[in-house]
Design a protein around this ligand. Structure first.
Ligand code: COA
Length: 338
C-alpha cells in the first residue's frame, strides 16, 4: 500500500485589483512642482498614476480589490477562513487594515494578519499564506495588498523625487490548496532583509522614540513625509531582485529560460529593465504597467498579476516568477506554476 502523501501546493484561485478613478498625469504634477513630463518618463517610465479623493482610505481600496478577487474565484466570502493584508499606509496608526477588510466583508470573527514589509509586502504575505495552507491550518485565504501614498507625499519641489513616483491602488488574490497533484501552485518563496538600510528608504516620523510622538516641529521640518536615497535604492534594487530570482531558480532546479512571465515590483521601469538585463530574460516576458499606475508599493505585484492573468499573458501551466525590493531593505521572490 502506498501511504505517501504529497503536501498540497497553494494555488491562486482568483485575482482582482482596484485603483481609485482619479488619474493624475505628469502634466498635472508639472503644475505643482518644478518637474517635467519628460524627466519623469525618462527617469521612471511613469506617465500617470491614480490618487484617491479625500475620505477614501487604504482599506476602501483593499475591500474593492478583495471583492473582485472573490468574484473571480466564484466563492462565497463566508468561506474565507483567514485574511492577510499588506500595506505601509494603513488607515490608522493602529490597528492595521486587515481587521477593517475583514469587517467590511462581513467575515465574522475570521482571523486577520497585517504584514508590514513595504514594497516586498505582497511576497512576504504570500509566503506566510503558503505556509498556512501547506500546513493545513487554513483552506481559503484572502490576501490583499493596498496603498494610499498620495495623501502623505510632499508635492513641493523638496519632495519631487518621491512624489512623482508613487500611486494609490490595491490588488488581491484568493489562495487555496490544490486539490490535484498536478504540479500547479506555489513552488517556493524566498525572503531576504538587511536592516542596516532602514534610513535609506523610510518615513522617519511618527516615532515611538519621541516623547511626545507627535510634535509640531516635525511637521514644520517635513519629517512626516517619506524619504529615500534614490541612487542607493536604485543600485540595491537592481542587484537584489535578480539575486532573489536566482535563489528560486536554484531551489527548484530551473533555468531562467523556464520562466514564462517575470513580475518585478513596479518601482521604476528602469529598474525593471535592469533586472531583466541582469537575469538575461527577454523583456517581452517581463510584466510592466508602471506607466499607468506609478509605484503602488505592496499593491504593485498583485495589480500587475491580475492584469497579466486577465489579458492572457499568464495562462495555466505557465511558470511565473515574482520579485520585489523595498524599504527595510527587504527583498523577495516567489515561483508559481500557474
Ligand atoms: C529617484 C530616481 C528616479 C532619480 O533618478 P536619477 O537618474 O538617479 O536622478 P538623480 O538622482 O541623478 O537626480 C537628477 C536631478 O534631478 C532632480 N530631480 C529629482 N526629482 C525630480 C523631479 N521629479 N523632476 C525633476 N527633477 C528632479 C534632482 O534634484 C537632481 O538634480 P541635481 O542634479 O540638480 O541635484 C532614481 O534614483 C530612482 O528611481 N531610485 C529608486 C526609486 C525607487 O524605486 N524607490 C522605491 C523603491 S521601492
Amino acid at each position: 500500500m502506498n501511504t505517501s502523501m504529497t503536501t498540497p501546493r497553494t494555488i491562486v484561485t482568483g485575482t482582482g485589483h482596484y485603483v481609485p478613478p482619479r488619474i493624475v498625469t505628469n502634466h498635472d504634477l508639472e503644475k505643482l512642482m518644478d518637474t517635467s513630463d519628460q524627466w519623469i518618463r525618462e527617469r521612471s517610465g511613469i506617465a500617470e498614476r491614480h490618487h484617491v479623493d479625500a475620505g477614501v482610505g487604504t482599506s476602501d481600496l483593499a475591500v474593492e480589490a478583495a471583492r473582485r478577487a472573490i468574484a473571480d474565484a466564484g466563492i462565497d466570502p463566508a468561506t474565507i477562513d483567514f485574511v492577510i493584508a499588506a500595506t505601509l499606509s494603513p488607515d490608522h496608526y493602529f490597528p492595521g487594515i486587515g481587521v477593517m477588510v475583514q469587517a467590511k466583508l462581513g467575515l465574522g470573527t475570521t482571523g486577520a494578519l497585517d504584514v508590514r514589509n513595504q514594497c516586498s509586502g505582497f511576497i512576504y504575505a504570500l509566503s506566510a499564506a503558503d505556509q498556512y495552507i501547506r500546513a493545513g491550518t487554513y483552506k481559503r485565504i484572502l490576501l490583499v495588498a493596498a496603498e494610499v501614498q498620495s495623501t502623505n507625499l510632499d508635492f513641493s519641489d523638496k519632495g519631487r523625487d518621491m512624489s512623482v513616483l508613487f500611486g494609490d491602488g490595491a490588488g488581491a488574490v484568493i489562495l487555496e490548496p490544490n486539490p490535484q497533484d498536478d504540479g500547479r501552485g506555489i513552488l517556493s518563496t524566498h525572503l531576504f532583509a538587511d536592516g542596516n538600510f532602514v534610513s535609506h528608504l523610510w518615513m522617519e516620523k511618527p516615532s515611538s522614540r519621541d516623547c511626545p510622538t507627535f510634535q509640531t516641529s516635525f511637521f514644520d521640518e517635513g519629517r512626516f513625509a517619506p524619504k529615500m536615497e534614490g541612487r542607493n535604492v536604485f543600485v540595491n534594487a537592481c542587484q537584489r531582485m535578480p539575486e532573489a530570482v536566482r535563489a528560486g531558480l536554484e531551489k527548484n532546479g530551473l533555468a531562467i529560460e523556464d520562466v514564462d512571465a517575470l513580475i518585478p515590483h513596479q518601482a521604476n521601469d528602469r529598474i525593471s529593465l535592469m533586472v531583466a538585463k541582469g537575469l538575461k530574460i527577454p523583456v517581452e516576458k517581463v510584466i510592466r504597467n508602471i506607466d499607468r499606475f506609478g509605484n503602488t508599493t505592496a499593491a504593485s505585484i498583485p495589480i500587475a498579476l491580475d492584469e497579466a492573468v486577465k489579458s492572457g499573458r499568464i495562462g495555466r501551466g505557465n511558470l511565473v516568477a515574482l520579485t520585489a525590493f523595498g524599504s527595510g531593505y527587504t527583498w523577495a521572490s516567489a515561483f508559481i506554476r500557474w
